[in-house]
Design a protein around this ligand. Structure first.
Ligand code: HAM
Length: 419
């Protein structure tokens, strides 16, 4: 037998309704915030992620699924959604649309990481990206959209942590301070951090090695180096969040694992799902569009990991709505009545409800047992007398009561009774 690749998961028929529930909640939130869906390819030119996500990130350095296609191009399966959406934005001239351009997506993403609970090699994200607005109102709205999504799913105990990592100007000063701080420790730090020291010292703060993490605990804090504009921007974001009743705490060690961020960054973190507790992360990326060859346009967004949300909801007993059950099971006694079952099922299905019939040539008794197993809400057995009278004996499974129903009134009866 050929097994599933490591770090990937099947969604089984008795689990998919949970995915649909989460995805429906995502789409509802997106509609409420006037975000339009976008779909970009699962693979892109490798250079997009190298330039967009950043060469000093773990994602680009260690985790990309990169291969050469038959035309000799270097192709990478998307490790996240933002870079592809930014490319789409530039390539399709969306910069000339009325701003802001507000988008969302639900996409698979691929990272060659060591699999563990909540960390997969293929995972799925619900993300939003808003282009064109530099204002703190947009930061607050994007964060509010994320928190509305978690609320809609009735997820509790997730904490919002925010930070500002400044703009190009204050980052320069901060990088100098980081270099001064880390310089005497370099010999005790991993080779990756040694190279980050030269190329992008901020990234050292995101290193997962224990030794580096310990040294980084006393590093200078970005919030002490913000320029006046960034400080003001951050203060406004915080007061807008407070005004909307969104609880948060400032965590100055959040730098995020991707290079494109500037100013506001945030994470929604849970302690209920083990080491991979970040269910949603995002931030502003005011330089990315320009860096990828577009105009100098600000942007902000987030992505939430669907598998992590699912894990969190299961671990904390957040209720899912009931799986869709057949409204009626139509059991036939013989060939003629089975044909009638198929007709009646077509009529119920044509009205948009779920009907089920026998596919396995089972006896009536076995059909009724099966109907019970699949949770049919109503059952009707059709035999010769039902065929001639066109009146069905419809049994309500929840209380065992039965009623005589004219077959051409079956659907309206079922809908009325299914409460
Ligand atoms: P990220 O923090 O790398 O940000 O990923 C966002 C979310 O995707 C994480 O919080 C987590 O829930 C989920 N995730 C990431 N890696 C894995 C994995 N290996 N297995 C399962 N779930 C995972 C981004 O991807 C940015 N593009 C977010 C963003 C959008 N920033 C601005 N716009």
């Amino acid at each position: 037998m050929i097994n599933i690749p490591k770090g990937t998961k099947d969604v089984l028929p008795n689990q998919s309704y949970k995915w649909q529930y989460i995805e429906d909640a995502a789409r509802e939130v997106a509609r409420a915030f006037n975000l339009k869906e976008v779909r970009t390819p699962v693979f892109e030119h490798t250079e997009l992620f190298q330039r967009g996500v950043g060469e000093t990130t773990d994602v680009v350095n260690k985790e990309m699924y990169t291969f050469e296609d038959k035309g000799g191009r270097s192709i990478t399966l998307k490790p996240e959604g933002t870079a592809g959406v930014a490319r789409m934005f530039i390539e399709n001239g969306l910069a000339s649309s009325p701003m802001p351009v507000k988008t969302y997506y639900i996409t698979p993403a691929f990272r060659y990481e060591r699999p563990q609970a909540g960390r997969l090699r293929e995972f799925h994200q619900f993300g939003i990206e808003v282009f064109g607005s530099p204002s703190p109102e947009t930061d607050a709205e994007v964060i509010f959209a994320a928190s509305s999504f978690l609320d809609k799913l009735k997820i509790k105990g997730v904490k919002l942590e925010i930070n500002s990592i400044g703009c190009r100007i204050c980052r320069n000063e901060y990088n100098k301070a980081l270099k001064n701080y880390f310089a005497p420790h370099l010999d005790k730090m991993c080779p990756n951090c040694n190279s980050r020291f030269e190329k992008n010292p901020l990234r050292i703060l995101d290193c997962k090695e224990d030794g580096c993490k310990e040294i980084a605990t006393n590093a200078p804090k970005i919030t002490d180096y913000l320029c006046d504009d960034c400080k003001k921007h951050f203060e406004t974001v915080k007061s807008l969040l407070a005004a909307q009743g969104v609880e948060y705490s400032v965590n100055s060690s959040i730098v995020r694992g991707l290079d494109y961020y500037s100013r506001t960054v945030f994470e929604f973190v849970s302690t209920q799902i083990g080491a991979q507790g970040t269910v949603c992360g995002g931030g502003r990326y005011d330089g990315l569009i320009e860096q990828l060859g577009g105009s100098a346009l600000p942007a902000i967004g987030f992505a939430a990991g669907i598998e992590r949300l699912l894990l969190l909801m299961e671990n904390t007993g957040v209720p899912f709505p009931e799986e869709n059950k057949p409204l009626i099971y139509l059991a036939g006694m013989d060939e003629k009545s089975r044909a009638e079952c198929i007709k009646l099922a077509a009529y119920v299905r044509g009205n948009g409800a779920c009907a089920e019939v026998d596919h396995m040539q089972r006896s009536v008794k076995a059909q009724l047992k099966y109907a019970d197993k699949i949770g049919a809400k109503f059952v009707a057995v059709i035999g010769e007398s039902e065929l001639s009278s066109r009146v069905l004996n419809v049994k309500k499974m929840s209380d065992g009561t039965s009623a005589a129903v004219k077959s051409d009134e079956l659907y309206s009866y079922l809908i009325k009774e299914d409460k």
